[in-house]
Design a protein around this ligand. Structure first.
Ligand code: MIG
Length: 672
């Protein structure tokens, strides 16, 4: 029996401008078209410019990790991997650069991928209310145009040319806890105990930069995390895995083998004189591995073995935009500027200029322009290759782990990314805040990420920056129980936000228990989406294109083929307004029990208390639910029952570790 869905017919064309660098985002061979680029008016002058008319009822979807709506109309976005923790409506760049869009006008429907490592600006009806203007200062680019009858077809075609999305081990679908500042083993033990004492499920605890010795990659601080293999084992016995962070920069320190090997073999990015480029990040002065060079990827990737040999089964790659605090150059320039200004009478304008100047030194253009990649296809200034750095760091890890532990899936996700990286790992959406608006942001970013191939995704639940509140965390968890990566993470210095620390921990337990009951469904839908190149989270607009209200409903999502979610994202709310594009069954979790209500198509106000979760099963559909357990490995799939109006469900199961994804034996039709 073959359960993969019918493949679509390809209508993809490739158009070359200048001499594009092969980013390896697209892995299928596609012939270059002989005609000129359709749909857009194209201008080459200094760089490239593509424009197309957009009318009031048209829509532009995609762009992966970006702020604002699912429909990107009305703002301007810069695809430039940015380490910027201020995710506001004004933010134009986040950590990922995902240049895929779908344009839907009265008479056209197509997808377009603007494949270049350099900055691309998507001005979506911002400068001109009726124009989409795409520009790049760099004249080298490959553009792919994809035609199809529906948005789903177009996305599926695109996904089929960029390769299958990364698949994590099944335990990585469990609930996980993190915090920057678990400084030693006892901190980690306290967290594990907190969760276990209150019987709140937990599958992993993250180790942030504090575990390392002076923030040196692939080292472990002996005083605070000594005998790590034994500690990993101790945690694993309790069903908890440890997931360390790996940063991009390598500390400059004599005697540190990774630094010394890198220097000896010319594995670091170089400055204009060919010397390893130096800049400051957490470890102090560092060099940056030249991940665009395949030999460097193999070398750096092989270091992950140091930790897998100790029993580690998952990693998160950070600071890989790459983030740069400062370089000697930028410090010197700042001193010069202050000196120059101090010699005159200091005015308000100068004060403001200086304040801005100093504030903009971190991750500045001057630093990104000051180093080079030495690749088999030539030497390139980082600035023109910027968006490929995090992608290739994670590729380095992904490819190496494939060789180190070929038969086992390893958890891997990254902060910076480019399309293509989705084959090697997932992403988390970086340094958000404990703000209500950031729950809504997460809802909106999920389908856009799926369009670009990123399926293993999630945000820092409860918020990374600033102090969380109990109600915010409960509401955020009520969205988080549906996302593949479900991690509570917070910045050092903020209020502690481990669930058991709040009043009435049973409220948290009930919500997280529901996650574990839903894992057979979430895992099945994830695997189907990965295997079939489909989206797991879908906007209502994609499913109900004829329904005008559905088309502009951006705070609800379809999850797989059976569910709709409508999380609450405002404080002190009684519940929320929900639009049902068809009749559905509302499922309400209250105090651990489930209650079902049939609901008519149309507009509803649904009351949802802070400690309740409501989700919707679509007409004629059923989903599997199992009994909760304290961790994924203890889930008992023989307890699965089907709930909802439908009669059957196609379940995906496997051992959760091995890689025989497409084996028909993994698919089982469950019937009531
Ligand atoms: O400059 O490792 O996004 O998740 O906790 C901050 C410390 C560096 C940024 C990551 C965040 C992590 C933090 N890192």
């Amino acid at each position: 029996m073959n359960f993969s869905r019918t493949a679509v017919i390809f209508v993809i064309k490739k158009y070359l401008f200048g001499k594009p660098f092969y980013t390896e985002a697209v892995v299928k061979n596609i012939e270059s078209a002989s005609e000129s680029l359709p749909y857009f008016e194209t201008v080459h002058s200094t760089g490239l410019k593509f424009t197309i008319k957009i009318q009031k009822d048209d829509a532009v979807y995609g762009l992966g990790e970006a702020m604002r709506g699912i429909n990107k109309k009305g703002y301007i976005y810069n695809s430039f991997c940015a380490d910027d923790p201020n995710h506001t409506e004004a933010t134009r760049s986040l950590y990922g650069a995902h240049n895929f869009i779908v344009v839907k006008t009265a008479d056209k429907l197509f997808g377009a991928f603007f494949d270049t490592p350099a900055v691309v600006t998507f001005d979506v009806c911002y400068s001109k209310f009726d124009e989409l203007i795409i520009t790049s200062e760099n004249e080298n680019m490959t553009v792919y145009i994809i035609d199809g009858d529906t948005i789903y077809d177009i996305v599926k075609e695109f996904r089929s040319i960029i390769g299958r999305s990364y698949i994590p081990p099944m335990w990585a679908f469990g609930y996980t806890q993190s915090r920057w500042s678990y400084i030693d083993k006892d901190d980690v033990r306290r967290v594990a105990k907190g969760y276990r004492d209150f019987d709140i499920p937990l599958d992993a605890i993250y180790m942030d930069i504090d575990y390392m010795e002076r923030y040196k990659d692939f080292t472990v601080n002996d005083k605070t995390f000594g005998k790590l293999p034994e500690f990993i084992e101790e945690m694993k016995e309790d069903g908890i895995r440890l997931v360390p962070i790996i940063d991009a920069g390598v500390k400059i320190e004599d005697g540190y083998d990774i630094y010394e090997e890198g220097v000896k073999n010319n594995y670091f990015c170089t400055d204009k004189d060919g010397k390893p480029f130096e800049a400051c990040v957490w470890p102090g002065m560092t060099h940056f591995p030249d991940f665009l060079n395949p030999e460097v990827r193999t070398w750096f990737g092989s270091k992950y073995k140091i930790l897998t040999d100790m029993g580690i089964e998952g990693f998160w790659n950070d600071m890989n935009e790459p983030a740069i605090f400062f370089s000697q150059n930028s410090v010197d320039a700042t001193h010069e500027k202050i000196k120059r200004m101090a010699s005159e009478k200091f005015t308000i304008d100068e004060f403001n200029e200086l304040k801005y100047y100093i504030g903009s030194r971190q991750n500045c253009d001057e630093d990104y322009s000051a180093f080079y990649h030495n690749t088999p296809s030539g030497r390139f200034c980082h600035k023109d290759m910027h968006n490929l750095y995090g992608y290739n760091m994670t590729r380095s890890a992904g490819e190496a782990l494939e060789a180190i532990v070929p038969d086992k899936r390893i958890l891997l996700f990254s902060r910076a990314s480019y399309i293509g990286m989705h084959r090697y790992g997932g992403i988390w959406t970086g340094d958000n805040h404990s703000w209500w608006s950031h729950i809504l942001n997460e809802i909106k970013v999920l389908p856009s990420l799926n369009m670009c191939g990123f399926l293993y995704v999630g945000a820092d639940i409860g918020g990374f920056g600033c102090d969380t509140t109990r109600d915010l965390l409960l509401r955020w968890l009520s969205l988080g129980i549906f996302t593949p990566l479900m991690r509570n993470h917070a910045a050092a210095g903020t209020r502690e936000q481990e669930c058991y620390l709040f009043e009435r921990p049973e409220d948290f337990k009930n919500i997280i228990d529901l996650r574990y009951r839903l894992i057979p469904y979430i895992y099945s839908e994830y695997m189907k989406a990965a295997i079939n190149n489909e989206m797991m989270f879908k906007p209502l607009a994609f499913e109900f294109p004829e329904d005008k209200v559905a088309c502009c409903t951006e705070d609800q999502l379809l999850l797989g083929d059976e569910l709709m979610i409508a999380p609450v994202y405002t404080q002190n709310a009684l519940g929320r307004y929900v639009y049902l594009p068809e009749e559905m069954t509302a499922v309400r979790m209250r105090a651990g029990e489930l209650f079902f209500t049939e609901m008519e198509k149309g507009h509803h106000f649904v009351e949802i208390a802070e400690n309740e979760v409501v989700f919707f099963i679509r007409k004629g559909k059923a989903i599997p639910l199992c009994k909760r357990a304290k961790c994924v490995e203890e889930l008992d799939l023989s307890t699965i029952e089907l709930i909802g109006p439908g009669e059957e469900y196609l379940l995906y199961t496997d051992d959760g570790f091995s890689k025989d994804y497409e084996n028909p034996a993994n698919f089982r039709m469950l019937k009531k």
